[in-house]
Structure formats: C-alpha cells, structure tokens
Write a protein that binds this ligand. Sequence first.
Ligand SMILES: NC(=O)c1ccc[n+]([C@@H]2O[C@H](COP(=O)([O-])OP(=O)(O)OC[C@H]3O[C@@H](n4cnc5c(N)ncnc54)[C@H](O)[C@@H]3O)[C@@H](O)[C@H]2O)c1
Ligand SMILES: N[C@H](CO)Cc1c[nH]c[nH+]1
Length: 432
Amino acid sequence: MLRIITQRSEAEAELKRICDRIYDDQITHKEATVSEIVQTVRRQGDKALLHYTAEFDRQEFDASELRVSGSELDAAYQQVSGELLKAIELAHRQVLDFHRQRVPKSWVQFGDKEVVLGKRYNPVDAAGIYVPGGQAAYPSTVIMNAVPAVVAGVKRIAMVTPPGKEKSVNPAILVAAQVAGVEEIYRVGGAQAIAALAYGTETIPKVDVISGPGNIYVTLAKKQVYGHVGIDSLAGPSEVLVIADHTANPRHVAADLLAQAEHDSLAAAILITTDNRLASLVVEEVNHQLENHPRRIQTEKSIAHYGLVVVADSLKEAAELSNQFAPEHLELEVAEPWDMLEQIRHAGAIFLGHSTPEAVGDYLAGPNHTLPTSGAARYASALTAETFIKSSSIIHYSPAALKDAAWAIDALTEAEGLPSHGDSVRFRVEEQ
Ligand SMILES: NC(=O)c1ccc[n+]([C@@H]2O[C@H](COP(=O)([O-])OP(=O)(O)OC[C@H]3O[C@@H](n4cnc5c(N)ncnc54)[C@H](O)[C@@H]3O)[C@@H](O)[C@H]2O)c1
Ligand SMILES: N[C@H](CO)Cc1c[nH]c[nH+]1
C-alpha cells in the first residue's frame, strides 16, 4: 500500500531511507556474497562461472557453450516478429543519432614560444556490456549500451546476459545485439559475469570498461571490481520520482509509478504533489492497476517498501525534496514544466510535461536509459560514448619556453624536496 506523508521532516527521513536502500542492513550481507563470487571467479575462471550459473540461474552447461554460437544468432531472427524487428531498428537509429551528437574530439592550442597543449582522445580497447535478464528481458538495454561503445570506436565489445530456460538467450536480445553490431555474446549473468569481464577467464577475455544496469548483485559487483576496470555508474534497481500538480492525470501518474516498481522489488516509485486530491486518487489508481498486474507480487513489494506519496506545500518544496533524493528518473507532470526545470539540480533524466512518460526514454527517444541510481545522480550521469573514451594530455615545450619556465619549476621542486625534478629542467637549460 502506497503511503501518504504530509510532514516535511518525515518526508525527508523516508526519502533518505529509500535512497539508501541498497546500502541498508538487510542488504549489506549481500556485499559479502558478492565478494566471494567475484574472488572465486578471479581464482577459478570458467569453472566458477559454470558453478554459479548452475546455482543462481539453474542452468547447467560446459564452458564450450558459454559463448552464443553463430547459428543461434542467425536463428534469433526467425523468432522475432517483423514488428519487433522494426521497433528495435527504430530505437537503434534514434539512440545512435543522439549519441553521435557529443563525441569528444582531440584538440591542441598553441601558445607563445612553440608551447603546444591539448588533449588526445582514444577509445578503450575492449568494452563489456551487461544486459539484465533475471526478472525481465531487456533488448532495449542492449541498444542503450552497445551504441555508445560503437560510437566511441571501441574495437571489441563483449556482451553478457543471464541464460534463460534451457540455456537459451532471449531472441530479441540476440537480434538487438546484431542490429547494434555486437556478436561476442556470453550466456552468464549476475556478479559472476561482472567478475569474468573484469578479470577474464579461459573463455571470456578481460575488458577495460564495464557498462550496463543490473540488480543488487550486479551493482555491488561493479562497485567491487572498479579500479581493475572502469565502470559507467552504479545503475542499480530502478527509481522514478514524479512531481505533479493539480493538472496531472492520476491514472497516468499511477502507471508511471508502477512502470518502475515492476522492474524489481528493490525499485522505488515516489510521487511528490502539491495537490491533496491527486495524492489520494493516485493511491486508489495504483491499487486498481495492481489488481490484475502480471508481476503483482514483486511490484507490490516494491510499492510497499519503497513507494511513497508526499504532499508538499509548494513546487519549490517539491524540487528541494527531489534534489535531496537525486532520482534516476524525474517526471515533471506540472502545468509549466519548463519553468520548473530551473529548480532541478540532480536527476539522471528529466521528463517534461504530461505527454512524456518515462517509458519514452526507456525505449527510443534517444538519450540513454542506463542511469545512476541510489543518489548517484548527485555526481554521475547517463551512459554516453565518453564512458568508453579516455584522454591523454598533450604537452610540448621548445628550448626557449623551457628556459622561461625554469625558475618557477626550480622553486616548486625545492619546496617539494624533489631535486631530480629540478635537475631534469636545469641540465637542459644549462646545455642550451
Ligand atoms: N538503472 C538503470 O539504468 C536500469 C536499467 C534497466 C534495468 N535496471 C535494473 O536492472 C535490474 C534487473 O534485475 P534482474 O534481476 O531482472 O536481472 P539481472 O541480470 O540484473 O540479475 C540476474 C542475476 O542475478 C543473480 N542472482 C539472482 N539471485 C542471486 C542470489 N541470491 N545470489 C547471487 N546472485 C543472484 C543471478 O546470477 C542472475 O543471473 C532491476 O533491478 C532493474 O530495476 C536498471
Ligand atoms: N526503466 C529502466 C531504467 O531504470 C530501463 C528500462 C528498460 N526497459 C524498460 N525500462
């Protein structure tokens, strides 16, 4: 049952509890489980992958079957409808167009005395993309993760996703991968898949950056392997925060809340409204829409533990509460959403107006749906091509420029007590 809160202090405490939900006491024991999985895969490679896949995904096979074969990839096209293929292709085109807009380009600037400074950008050699598959299949996530890596120019892209019944991988996932240009696919999921990508196994070569959303096990594993590899962000259990005024439609708002709650029992769905009547109507609608919901049990759990309706005194207060929460998705279902945008400082993606349900962004608007969760939007952003690109600084000094700089470097090396640094400049200048 969705609770309604009207006191600001109580609302702040509840929002903090929901934001921190993946770090609470009941969850932290999962960190130990994940650490054991990650370290075992690091030591034992494929053997551990097969063991954990049997334990958590109930699928038994041998290492030669880990990689999805060419014939399975071909067969997948026969198993998806023409309409679904067209939808995948449309999503791919739009996501590609969006991600091509902002790819960093190498640059240099020329200063006095032939000083040249700049940045040179290169993609990583290998990217690993995680596509969730435990409670739902996510062809959209294939596109959202493969496209930025392709746009960045990454040569090797390896995809992992949990096996379903009879070791199969959902054909829509396999088709989406091929449309996006990925053919190195392994049927393994969870923390074990993240460890395989981070450290490499006999079958799965190591990558440099891992991207992609996942459940609590996947998210904690990404946190643990960070440093050995780069990661996109902690894109864990989904969340939506809707700010709505009297102009919002309760049926639409309820569907938007359930659209996140249905992902996972750890998903969060929050409404902050200035309208008491809307608050009650949304609670009624949520109950109504849950009645025949095919994923009712887990969706109800999410709503009961991490669902909330807050009645705020003003849209200003609603924006302040939202900024404290820093949601993955923020919907502005208000009369003047563009005016309100000014007040929003922390959110992974912002959806403006009554005709922009968050599902538009999940599937095909163009911006990435792999977004920071659990407050990470305070410092992190959506996945982009830049996730797979790093830069090298470029510095060139002429003899004359070095001579000019020598006194300052000398003073700084002396202050730091590092004489060889000073010598490396002084010797050159003395020899000019
Ligand atoms: N933030 C984002 O951008 C974003 C986008 C899409 C989906 N999501 C989230 O991704 C998640 C998808 O979760 P999912 O479960 O469907 O798929 P998943 O692929 O993330 O997780 C399934 C894997 O979890 C492992 N697992 C399950 N139970 C385990 C246990 N008891 N111990 C150890 N490992 C275990 C299994 O190996 C299984 O393969 C949801 O939380 C959803 O909200 C987030
Ligand atoms: N809402 C998810 C991001 O948290 C993305 C998604 C994929 N499919 C449906 N939804």
